[in-house]
Write a protein of this length. Structure first.
Length: 106
């Protein structure tokens, strides 16, 4: 699918196309009419990639309550669950050690 952007006002039996507006081809404007408008200098052709070619946004990262926990909460969680933190003291390291301990080191 493509679009055209009108450089001028165009009136025809099919309808009015306003200057500065963009129209879908085919859809709002038939292919033959769009070609006439572009060739006559009344519109610009804008190529649009097919909708199927658009990449969907990645899914949000899985979030667990531990992701939002403070250092103190993470330490308490590790102690309650008898998890070895391997001497980690920084929040990110503690969280990584908990995840590693819970997955069996994988």
């Amino acid at each position: 699918m493509a679009t055209i952007t009108m450089l001028t006002l165009s009136a025809s039996p099919e309808g009015v196309l306003d200057q500065g507006k963009t129209y879908d081809v085919p859809g709002d404007v038939a292919r033959a009419r769009a070609q006439e408008l572009v060739e006559g200098g009344y519109a610009l052709l804008n190529d649009v990639p097919p909708k199927a070619a658009k990449t969907p946004p990645p899914p949000p990262a899985a979030s667990s309550p531990l992701e939002k926990a403070t250092v103190e909460q993470l330490l308490a969680y590790a102690a309650e669950n008898d998890l070895d933190l391997g001497g980690a003291t920084k929040r990110a390291d503690i969280l990584a050690a908990i995840k590693t301990a819970e997955t069996g080191g994988s």
